[in-house]
Each structure stands twice: as C-alpha cells, then as structure tokens.
Design a protein around this ligand. Structure first.
Ligand code: A2P
Length: 344
C-alpha cells in the first residue's frame, strides 16, 4: 500500500474500526509513523503503539487537520458532520465511515473494486458504504457481466461490532450475566442481544423499514450506478462479535446458472468463493473474522424464480466492511492522482 510520505489522521482511533485501521496500517504500511490519532476528549492523553512508535491520542477539534493529507473518520455521525467539512476545508482528503455524506450528490460512495473511478470526482470528502452494503455490491457487481440485475432481496445477520465497542462489551457481559441467572438490561442494543436476534438496526422510518435497511437500498443503487434498481433488505443483529452475513437473492434479466455465477465471482478481486455443499463448505463469521476478503458460498438457482440466484455472503465488517475499504480508497486515490489536498 503506497501511503508512505502522507500524513494520516484517524478520528475515532480508540474505537472498534479505528483500532482495526491501526492494525491494518501496521500490516500494510510497515514503518509508517506520520500519524495523528484523534478521539473524544475522554481519550485525550491515552497512548497507543503503532509501527513501534508510541502516540498520544488527542481530542479532535476543528484545528486538528492543518498538516494532514488524508483523514479517516470513524466516530459518531455527528462527529463526521462536524469534522468532515472542517478537515476538507483545511485541505485534507476525508474518507468517512458514517452515513453523514453517503447520499450527497457531491460525495462519491466507493468500493474500489466496484466503482473506484468515482474517486476522480471527489470534492474533498469520500464516503465508505455501510458495512453490509459493501459485501453485497462486491458480490452483485461481477454478476452483471452475465445479465443485468433487476431486483435484489438481501437479509442480513450482522454482528455486534457493527454497533461499536460498547455493543461488543454488552454481548460479552450480558451473556455472562444471563448464564448466572441475572437480568439482560440492554443499553447499547435496543433489546437483549445475548441468546437472541434483533430485527432492528437503527430507527424505523415511516415505510416500516429501518434506516439501516434504507441505507442498503439507497447505497447499493448509488455504488452500482443503478438508480432504479429494485432492492429490499431486512437487517438483523445477531449475537456474534465480528463479521456480517447476507443472504442475497438476485433476479436477472435472463437466467444465470450457478456455475456461471461461481466463475464470475471467482474472478472478482477481493472476493473468495467458498462453496462446496458436498463438504459442508461455506463461509461463516468465525472463519471470515480478521480476514480481508468477501466470502461467497451457497450459490444456487433461486427455486422461486427462473432468472433468480441465491447466495450467502460473509465478510469481516471491521475489515472490508470498514477499515480496509477506507485504506483501499486512500491507496486507489493516490494511484489515480486523486489526493489533491493542499498538503499534496
Ligand atoms: P472515545 O474512545 O474517546 O470515546 P466505537 O465505534 O467503538 O463506539 O468507537 C467510537 C469512536 O468515536 C471512539 O474512538 C470514540 O472516542 C470516538 N468519538 C466519540 N465521540 C467523539 C468526539 N466527540 N470526537 C471525536 N471522536 C469521538
């Protein structure tokens, strides 16, 4: 990854995605120490080690970005709304993990393997998609070579890390409490998450969909450049720490065989086909956690439609679902000459 020489800032460095970003910087940019680690006032003064150097976390302020080339923001949406424009105004390229700017017409929403060319028209801020949208479009995109997609129905099984470190702690503590006969007492999640599944992620809108489901619908259309694509989603939180799963049903203009789909998917960069029913081989969260790829299995004709395909998609939501996608955007932007902040 060619980020050497660039000054990088990470807003939310102490959070679940921020920590994964630092791990990936160590793995992919060894020796890179031009880093500024930012979080809330609560974390100011805390130290974190990256690439053999000890950094002191600072409080994020509007003035944090003067000497920065690329800013990764993974904090609360309101933090993105405040610090994203401030960082862009200071001349940095902002790669934002929140929903704050994703649907703004002037902001590219990018999965580099799918629509990396959209980086060419950014105006200071680039958004990364919701952590369930990314694996869905990674699997849908290559199949368009076989036939245009008419409709997608996607049902998710999303881990608690998608809701941040507090939700991970809640699953751990609640599991222990319930095992000892105690009460669930949900705080970070809207309902009990241990030994349960919750068919609600984020709040409901008037149509009966949740905002998470609406994000999957709208973001998929934007990334695939298919504004009229029919998409429906049901997003469900499950008691898993890391990795999101999507059961996806795709309907095409013409029939697409499972074999043809397997072939096209296996040629897609960043995607691994793991699909052998005879050996009970299919992707699962425990296997995907900590890995870079989007994994696809259970590829089969959809029995309910002659032009339909069903599949099962799994990825680490903190890696390709968030931190890795953000770093790949930075890398692709450098390669395309699209990092044009004042520092560069
Ligand atoms: P902090 O640890 O100081 O609260 P997660 O997604 O795991 O919940 O992490 C959220 C991240 O967003 C944390 O790094 C958190 O920092 C950071 N954050 C929360 N509030 C702010 C803020 N006002 N300014 C900058 N970062 C913030």
């Amino acid at each position: 990854m060619d980020l050497q020489g660039l000054n990088l800032a990470i807003v939310g460095a102490t959070g679940a995605v921020g920590q994964e970003t630092l791990r990936l910087i160590e793995a992919r940019c060894p020796g890179h120490t031009n880093l500024k680690l930012l979080a809330s006032k609560r974390s100011a003064g805390r130290t974190l080690d990256v690439n053999g150097k000890t950094f002191t976390v600072a409080e994020t302020t509007d003035d944090s970005f003067d000497d920065v080339d690329i800013v990764f923001i993974s904090a609360r949406t309101e933090d993105s709304r405040r610090f994203g424009p401030a960082a862009a105004a200071a001349g940095a390229m902002v790669i934002d993990d929140s929903s704050a700017f994703r649907m703004a017409p002037s902001v590219p929403l990018v999965v580099p393997e799918v629509n990396g060319a959209d980086l060419d028209w950014h105006d200071g801020i680039v958004s990364i998609p919701n952590c369930s949208t990314t694996p869905l479009v990674m699997a849908a995109h290559p199949l368009r070579q076989a036939s245009p997609i008419r409709r997608i129905v996607a049902d998710t099984y999303q881990s608690v890390s998608g809701a941040g470190g507090a939700a991970m702690n809640e699953l751990r503590d609640q599991t222990r409490t319930i095992m000892h006969g105690g009460p669930a007492e949900p705080e970070a999640q809207p309902q009990q998450i241990a030994f349960n599944v919750i068919p609600q992620i984020d709040s409901f809108n008037e149509s009966g969909y949740t905002r998470e489901e609406q994000k999957m619908i709208e973001e998929s259309r934007k990334i695939l450049h298919e504004p009229g694509l029919a998409v429906s989603a049901t997003c469900v939180r499950v008691p898993v720490f890391v990795s999101h799963c999507v059961a996806a049903h795709l309907e095409f203009d013409a029939p697409v065989s499972a074999g043809e789909a397997r072939e096209l998917l296996s040629q897609m960069p960043g995607l691994v086909v793991h699909d052998d029913p005879t050996a009970s081989a299919y992707p699962m969260p425990v296997d995907a956690a900590g890995r870079d790829a989007v994994f696809v299995g259970r590829i089969r004709k959809d029995a309910s439609h002659p032009n339909g395909l069903a599949m099962w998609i799994v990825t680490d939501n903190l890696v390709k679902g968030a931190a890795l996608n953000a770093l790949q955007i930075a890398d692709a932007a450098v390669a395309r000459g699209a990092v044009h902040g004042k520092q560069s």
